[in-house]
Design a protein around this ligand. Structure first.
Ligand SMILES: O=C(O)CCC(=O)C(=O)O
Ligand SMILES: [Fe+2]
Length: 362
């Protein structure tokens, strides 16, 4: 059942609405690895192939965060281009130790390899989006994604609901704590640089969040005997301000929609993939785009991705900055929306490209 989001007070952690209960994909594969139930099989028009133009893959920008933190003007310019032309880039030299990244992936993998009974101790109830389960399922007819997930609100620490935090593998909670704090620092550095590039003070976007929150979704995509017929995650843009994603070192899966082509994001070991979310698209009046992306599966190996969504306080009203609109010489392309309402609207729908962004468009 999908019902209303409740947010009590300014400083209170949000409680969300859930989605319909659907089968566990890992179990479907365990029962019969060659069966793909009809509800996962997409119409062919929904399955445009990714490009085979290799140069597009290598063109996805790579940004050196240590240069940005030192105020390197060239790197700031490259970041501006990455945000405006791609909405997606990878960051290296980001300061989160590789042990923390590897440890996070190992623990997440350990969690998904527990028995269903163990995982279900942290299952997502019908009235929440936190825990082990599925999100964005709003009708019995909609096509389902070939993935299971663990979703947790991780920052600020007061917002955590530890009843959903896995106690196995031992030490997983502590590593999630370390990881989410590390990502908060990366997020602050990026938001600082993006602010400068938009002609704002360095701390403007951080302040605009009225408390920088973070939610983590660990996606687990079991192998699929017919990867040409299913999607791991449907095309969507993220409702975040920015998303920081950790991929597996050697497994493709993420694809971004750029100039009409689906382009695979080739993993760079220990890099973080950053994408501009809807909130920055609105703040920047569309100068920076929150672009559509999807995940595909493969026949032989399970893939995981860890997506951390940074987002503002649910009470915060978001709209384009006057000075950005002025510098563009354009009208405001987006209207003022309360972030909590925007998020709720998106959670009431299935993931379907950027359709959820319409409510903020002028
Ligand atoms: O698996 C991926 O690489 C993409 C995940 C994603 O887009 C999301 O969780 O919002
Ligand atoms: Fe996403």
């Amino acid at each position: 059942m999908v019902c209303e989001t409740i947010f009590d007070q300014e400083q209170t952690a949000p409680t969300f609405v859930g989605s319909l209960e659907v089968p566990n994909v890992q179990e479907i594969v365990r029962d019969n690895s060659s069966r793909v139930p009809q509800i996962y099989i997409r119409d062919q028009y929904e399955m445009p192939k990714a490009t085979d133009m290799a140069h597009l893959v290598t063109d996805i920008p790579v940004i050196d965060l240590s240069l940005l933190s030192n105020g390197n003007v060239e790197e700031l310019k490259r970041l501006d281009q990455a945000c405006a032309e791609w909405g997606f880039f990878q960051v290296i030299n980001h300061g989160v130790p590789s042990e923390v990244l590897q440890n996070m992936k190992q623990n997440a993998d350990g969690f998904f390899n527990l028995s269903l009974e163990e995982k279900n101790k942290f299952s997502m109830p019908p009235d929440d989006i936190q825990g082990y389960g599925h999100a964005y399922v709003v009708s019995k007819e909609q096509k389902l994604d070939w993935s299971d997930a663990l979703m947790l609100v991780t920052m600020p620490p007061e917002f955590r609901n530890l009843q959903y935090w896995p106690t196995k593998p031992e030490g997983f909670k502590e590593i999630i704590d370390k990881y989410s704090k590390g990502l908060a620092t990366v997020g602050e550095q990026l938001l600082g640089s993006i602010s400068l590039n938009l002609g704002l003070e360095r701390n403007t976007l951080i302040k605009e969040h009225k408390g920088l929150s973070q939610a983590l979704r660990i996606n687990y995509y079991p192998p699929c005997s017919r990867p040409d017929q299913v999607l791991g995650i449907s095309p969507h843009s993220d409702t975040s301000s920015i998303t920081i994603l950790l991929q597996e070192d050697h497994l493709h899966g993420l694809q971004i929609h750029h100039n009409g082509e689906w382009i695979p994001v080739k993993p760079i070991p220990n890099a973080l993939v950053i994408n501009i979310g809807d909130v920055i698209e609105i703040w920047s009046n569309g100068k920076y785009k929150s672009i559509e992306h999807r995940a595909v599966t493969n026949e032989s190996k399970a893939r995981m991705s860890l997506a951390a969504f940074l987002f503002p306080n649910l009470d915060k009203e978001i709209e384009p900055f006057d000075c950005v609109v002025k510098s563009q010489g354009l009208l405001k392309n987006y209207k003022k929306v309360k972030y909590g309402d925007y998020l709720l609207n998106s959670m009431k729908r299935k993931m379907e490209g950027k359709t959820h962004t319409e409510m903020a468009k002028n």
